[in-house]
Design a protein around this ligand. Sequence first.
Ligand SMILES: N[C@@H](CCC(=O)N[C@@H](CS)C(=O)NCC(=O)O)C(=O)O
Length: 332
Amino acid sequence: MVAAPLALMTSPNTFQPLIADKFFTNSILSRPPGAFPERIPSQTFPAEADRYLLYIYPGCPWAQRANITHKLKGLQDVIQVVVLDSLEPGKGWCFSGEGQFGHRRCPVFGCKYLKEIYEFAAPSYDCRIMIPALLDKQTKRIVSNSSGEITRMFISAFDDLLPLARRESSKGSGGLLPAQLLAQIDDFNAFAYDSINNGAYKTGFSSCQKSYTENVTRLFDGLDRVEALLSQPGHSPYLFGSHVTEADIRLFPAIVRFDVVYHTLFKCNLKMIRYDYPRIHAWLRRLYWDESTSHAFKDTTYMQIIREGYTRAAGETIVPIGPLPDVVPLSP
Ligand SMILES: N[C@@H](CCC(=O)N[C@@H](CS)C(=O)NCC(=O)O)C(=O)O
């Protein structure tokens, strides 16, 4: 299970090889949709407790979406979270046994590398070995390695195993994915993925000036659009009104990283969230600090790991310490 402390230091060598592996660049180009078409619940993958494992890396924004939903829904006793803490050149995600999480091998299968797990759990999969990955211990198959799909499954697929109060069906229009908002949330998610979540990566790893300029412009247009949305009736304090929805969960990991790493290391530097986007900033701080979200957003934000991971991904060795604070308090 993932522990919650935020202030942590990983081994200084943990991410040394990132840039040599062209890790993030390739990830952007090869995020294959639909590699694992089956969902929970289904005949192959029924919703059962202690059957599924979620593999994450605490610095990864895509894994954070799944981790936030896992915590928000209170799935701790239903789905185990296993933390990979290192990336080795040519070998990919692995258990280093160092740092906060400290596994030397997968606590369930005894493997050192995630690719060993993919080899038996997805033998015909031929794309990059990615996290998050949701695995079925019983069939020893990967259910999905898409953060969007995993997040959506976590929202309701295991509800029969949860107390009534935590089920989507008990929440009506206050659920994470209310039926009447589904189409709007899908549209928002598609726009936000392209221009913001993945837009920051496309900006940071642009290989020429033209592509950088296009991507950074699109990214800030996207942020301007979110800022405007949050001023509309029915779109505050959260993106779709008075309750957190899937749209908030999916956007949050990009915004909480924005000032701290994307602004500096990905050259997303036309504006900063904390100074230039008052509504997005208020939205971010509320999600991060407000106790009504059981600290699901704060406790899954491992800022020191984030700073170190992106620094190495950008080919740098000195980890920037600002801006501080990582997230401005609700009442500064
Ligand atoms: N489509 C995936 C993308 C996930 C992704 O890009 N994960 C990165 C880590 S932040 C990864 O595992 N990259 C490994 C690689 O490309 O080799 C999702 O949204 O879940």
